[in-house]
Design a protein around this ligand. Structure first.
Ligand code: SAM
Length: 187
């Protein structure tokens, strides 16, 4: 069994968007207790690499490396790069969510901030053609983030997995195929 019901969301996102292939290197941000890590490890297989990051301790999982750290701190990105041993990631996923205050506009703004931290991390870790997924609570700040993500990827979709339906404000930005850094002619 999976460590969390959230596992089914990653399965559904993967079915919808074709994210993790056998042999892939996957980075999972906000990974505790580890349901997404279990799914990512199944999909990437023994030849793949899966790294999970969270503020909370993640109980050890066969075939998965974990980093305990805060994604709002630069140092955590460096520790992820160290765990990847210089390898580029094929897929970066984030299921990070803030502690809920109950005040919608605040929870929305915090979730967009975490998704932006995940996006910036993805830009540093992903190779060309890599995919990025981030959870965000819908609201007025989403469009700015989405526009910035669109610049870096072939296309971006908003996906609401069936497993998320009850939490009606939750959606995932799914960004496919990181664009290669543009070559500047004449430089
Ligand atoms: N996908 C996970 C699974 O399948 O088990 C569930 C993730 S849970 C919905 C959200 C996680 O985001 C929490 O474990 C929380 O600690 C983590 N989180 C929130 N803010 C974070 C931050 N700044 N840095 C790292 N992790 C964070």
């Amino acid at each position: 069994g999976y460590r969390s019901r959230a596992a089914y969301k990653l399965e559904q996102l993967n079915e919808t968007a074709g994210l993790v292939q056998s042999g892939d290197t996957v980075v999972d941000l906000g990974a505790a207790p580890g349901g997404w890590l279990q799914v990512a490890h199944e999909l990437a297989g023994e030849g793949g690499t899966v790294v999970g990051v969270d503020l909370q301790r993640i109980k050890p999982l066969e075939g998965v490396e974990t980093v305990r750290g805060d994604m709002t701190e630069e140092e955590t990105r460096e520790r992820i790069k160290h765990a990847l041993d210089g390898e580029e990631a094929d897929v970066v996923v984030s299921d990070m969510a803030p502690n809920m205050s109950g005040e919608y506009s605040l929870d929305h703004a915090r979730s967009v901030y975490l998704a932006r931290m995940a996006f910036e991390t993805a830009c540093e870790l992903l190779g060309p053609g890599g995919d990025f997924v981030a959870k965000v609570f819908d609201g007025p700040d989403l469009n700015d983030l989405k526009r910035d993500v669109e610049r870096e990827f072939d296309y971006v979709r908003e996906v609401r997995p069936e497993a998320s339906r009850k939490e009606s404000s939750e959606l995932y930005l799914v960004a496919k195929r990181r664009l290669t850094a543009p070559v500047r002619v004449g430089d």
